[in-house]
Design a binder for this molecule. Sequence first.
Ligand code: IPM
Ligand code: MN
Length: 358
Amino acid sequence: MDARIVLLPGDGIGPEIVAQAERVLQVIAERHGHHFQLSSHPIGGCAIDEFGDPLPESTLDACRESAAILLGAVGGPKWDDPHAKTRPEVGLLKIRKELGLFANLRPINPHPALLDSSPLKRHIIEGTDILFVRELTGGIYFGDSGVHENGDGKSAFNTMTYSQEEVKRVVRVAATAALKRRGKLTSVDKANVLEVSRLWRHTAEQIVKSEFPTLEYEVVLVDAMAMHLISRPTDFDVVVTGNMFGDILTDEASMLPGSLGLLPSASVGESGPGLYEPIHGSAPDIAGKGVANPLATILATAMLLRHSLHLEAEAVAIETAVSQVLNDGHRTADIAQSGETAIGTVAMGDLVLSALAS
Ligand code: IPM
Ligand code: MN
């Protein structure tokens, strides 16, 4: 296969972890006889520094012409000034919107070798296998917003809007995934309070009842879901929800496998390239120290090969290599238990490469 893959390392630990994923892609290409044309482009804070724009036109053009995109992370304290003209995160939101990446897939499968690195008890998390499908280009992230000057200070507002079409397409992605898994779909909303959630609930139910009648289907309120996720995570298969609820619940769910450093995500649309990234952020506190865990990004590479390039065997090869490294007891600082030696970013990359070669 000949495929163009765009790398967007971004800020903070982004460049360090994407470098390891790039090595993995090169080894996969050599071993399986593919040609991946890789090119790096700026996004986020580094793009603001260079171009004054967190998503330069040249980056967006390169992404549009690619088969898939691998992103590190964006943001950092350097660009946090509330009075700044723009922010790194704007680049990420814009690329999602511009490429129509409305469905964000975030799998949560605690690795058996790491069950004791979770802050939760082993018997609660053992057997957890959840796929979150987070709506990514609508809701409160993209609604009208503004700031008003009142007599006695300012007030600010954001609005949460969903159209039925937006709900339908993301529910279809989630329901289709559920059919290929354990056949259960949970839709999460706040329909006891929000009008937009009542429309979401009604629309989701219509789609499931008419197009996916064999699914086991339930609705759960978002506050209750926050609780169920840590009290009975094994009860869930596919969970579909809106943009902000999905953002919050997936960070919470990341504690089930023990570390944000292990979780990949895929953002996909109706057609065109998908965007693959770790779900963690740019971790400015450890950037440049060579200690970040590259496994989430390496696992995002596996998702990229599977979903955008349809290279299932290659994706499985990467996942198996990562699993072997963890089974062999190798740990970066974020997943090392007290008494265990922590290895650095490049050493972890080296181990995945040698597991791939074995
Ligand atoms: C995520 C991140 C982003 C989001 C930020 C960086 C804009 O937290 O991908 O979950 O809120 O979507
Ligand atoms: Mn988030």
